[in-house]
Design a protein around this ligand. Structure first.
Ligand SMILES: [Zn+2]
Length: 601
């Protein structure tokens, strides 16, 4: 594997080149890059070349694998894909099938953008952007011809127009349905959206404005930043899961809607396969009254899923009551859940219904179920088994019709083995388990979520933000998010508040709280030559410590510059003059750069 950042770069060189890596390009740059791309070869100085990209593809017939760098691929007959497509259209209807293919394409595009970023971290943005068209061609999907493309990092505006030749999707669509009235390159449009959005860290939406399936000689697509594309809601429909999950029952009355948490709580965003698998399960179980158990780390959106489950269920017009079991004091759990009769204990001055009664007819969401005491577990079990409860201090039995949804970030099976959780209760709750993957396992969704939260917090705090710098982007895309979506959400809110009006969010805006800084977030190179074949890609995923720790010299020039300055300052224990000498620049030069980066000095 080629490491294009392995050579040492002096700070003087860095300083000369700083600013060039910011990423503006126009059509002329792209055209130049495109022609260089065609003519240059492996070993050329501008990466990635068409040779570099072809080199990423390996066949390993001995063990039945094909690799595109660290991603496993398959060679699929277009006929097989066509038959899958036909069946999906026929069973799901054209709209849902289109959404499905668009999202599948998105995932492919996002993966390829990650490959380009990881593999050629210092590629010029126009070269990186073009790499997508070449990967798409290499994968046998479509031949891409550039009409024009430009990107302005200051405003975050992207504009592109391309012509597609030999679209494989059109071949299959036309074979099955003939010429029709709407575009058919769904997966390809998803791919372009996923690739460019991931590359620039901003939702850039592609739309097919003419298609061979509509009788045109070739397909024509345009791409724009989502906030600049008119009627973008229609395009986004195919990327977002909400409409895909659908509303099979009458939309709940406005009154109930108002009770539910507002955005971003009311939107589920994602296109990755892991996220969609969870949504499929949600869709299956929603119309039943089965108990559902959500599992997954903190911050993965369990409450959001629970809310959505209620909203698309038959109980949508009845109450949704959420209880965080961990937040209830031990001695109040019972009275909170089951209610209390007057005089039951000192201080119980009047009778009060518990959450079970308040949720009657609707849904009760019990978060952090693993923290319930044994006594509370027994009472809960009885409520679930008998469909009735007894208030604390009461003698009357109250019938309740409640659908229970539980959530936990604990391994309940282990809690059962260790005697901390009742096995019979576990089986009651675990009728329909849905595991929500951590964000690091659905990285394809990070750009979508970034864009979603950016929009949300700009509106909420009345701020105007242009977008992200490449450094911020690389940080956000490589970060592991131990706090999952909630952490990304917090990072985005903080960045929106910290960044100066109208400017780009930079890496230090995102990671200004410190605790996340020690993570290896600079672009990480995979292990050497032997890592390419026959090795579990997970083993070489971007957590690889020793490689990551050498990272200061892997990254964009501004990142390298900042890393070197931090290192010199640390070595000099904050003495700016000493650090400046180490770096071979003057004290005022260093002080100026530190100020620009917001480093304490
Ligand atoms: Zn087409």
């Amino acid at each position: 594997m080629k490491n294009t950042t392995g050579d040492r770069i002096s700070l003087a060189e860095v300083a000369r080149a700083t600013g060039a890596g910011l990423g503006r390009f126009d059509s002329a740059d792209v055209a130049r890059a495109m022609s260089r791309f065609e003519t240059s070869h492996v070993g050329s100085e501008i990466h990635p070349t068409v040779g570099d990209i072809s080199e990423c593809l390996f066949f390993s017939p001995g063990d039945g694998r094909i690799w595109l760098q660290d991603q496993r691929m398959v060679l699929l007959h277009t006929d097989a894909l066509g038959s899958l497509r036909r069946e999906l259209v026929d069973t799901l209807g054209i709209d849902k099938a289109r959404g499905l293919f668009t999202r599948a394409g998105y995932v492919g595009g996002a993966r390829d953008a990650q490959l380009v970023r990881k593999q050629w971290p210092d590629a010029e943005p126009q070269a990186a952007a073009i790499a997508g068209t070449r990967l798409h061609a290499l994968e046998g999907v479509v031949k891409v011809e550039l009409v024009h493309a430009s990107y302005d990092p200051e405003t975050g505006d992207y504009e592109g127009e391309f012509i597609w030749h030999n679209s494989s999707e059109d071949d299959e669509h036309i074979a099955a349905y003939g010429i029709g009235g709407s575009p058919a390159c769904w997966m390809q449009v998803g791919y372009a959206t996923g690739f460019v959005s991931t590359l620039f860290g901003k939702l850039i939406v592609f739309r097919e404005i003419g298609c061979r399936s509509m009788g045109e000689p070739h397909c024509r697509i345009i791409g724009r930043s989502a906030d600049r594309l008119e009627g973008v809601e229609e395009d986004l429909r195919y990327l977002r899961v909400r409409d895909f999950v659908g509303m099979p029952y009458p939309v709940p009355a406005m009154k109930r809607q108002a009770d539910l948490p507002p955005a971003p709580g009311d939107t589920m965003v994602g296109a990755s396969s892991a996220f969609n698998a969870a949504c499929h399960l949600l869709h299956r179980v929603a119309p039943t009254s089965a108990a559902v158990l959500f599992t997954g780390e903190s911050g993965v959106g369990k409450e959001k899923f629970a809310t959505m489950l209620h909203r698309i269920s038959r109980r949508a017009d009845k109450p949704f009551v959420a209880v965080n079991c961990a937040a209830l004091p031990e001695n109040l759990v019972e009275s909170e859940l089951f209610g209390v009769e007057r005089g039951a204990y000192t201080g119980a001055s009047h009778s009060r219904a518990g959450r079970f009664e308040r949720a009657d007819g609707g849904t009760l969401f019990l978060d952090e179920i693993g923290t319930l005491s044994h006594v509370a577990q027994s009472k809960l079990l009885r409520a679930l088994q008998e469909g009735e409860i007894e208030r604390v201090g009461g003698t009357r039995v109250v019938k309740v019709d409640v659908r229970v949804i539980a959530a936990t970030n604990e391994d309940l099976r282990r809690a059962v083995r260790e005697g901390r959780f009742r096995e019979d209760l576990f089986f009651r709750l675990n009728v329909f388990p849905i595991h929500l993957p951590p964000l690091r396992e659905r990285r394809d969704d990070v750009p979508l979520l970034m864009s979603h939260f950016l929009q949300h917090y700009c509106a909420k705090h009345d701020r105007r933000v242009a977008g992200f710098t490449q450094a911020a982007l690389r940080t956000l895309l490589n970060y592991d998010y131990p706090g999952n979506i909630r952490e990304l959400q917090n990072l985005m809110e903080r960045a929106v508040i910290v960044v100066p009006e109208g400017e780009l969010i930079d890496a230090h805006h995102v990671l200004s709280s410190g605790e996340t800084l020690d993570k290896p977030v600079l672009s990480v190179q995979l292990a050497g030559e032997s890592g390419r074949l026959g090795q579990d890609p997970v083993a070489t995923a971007p957590t690889a410590g020793p490689v990551a720790r050498q990272a200061p010299l892997a990254g964009t020039l501004p990142e390298v510059e900042e890393a070197l300055m931090r290192q010199a300052l640390a070595q000099a224990r904050g003495n700016v003059s000493v650090a400046a000498r180490t770096l071979g620049i003057t004290r005022p030069q260093l002080a100026y750069r530190m100020k620009k980066l917001g480093l304490p000095g």
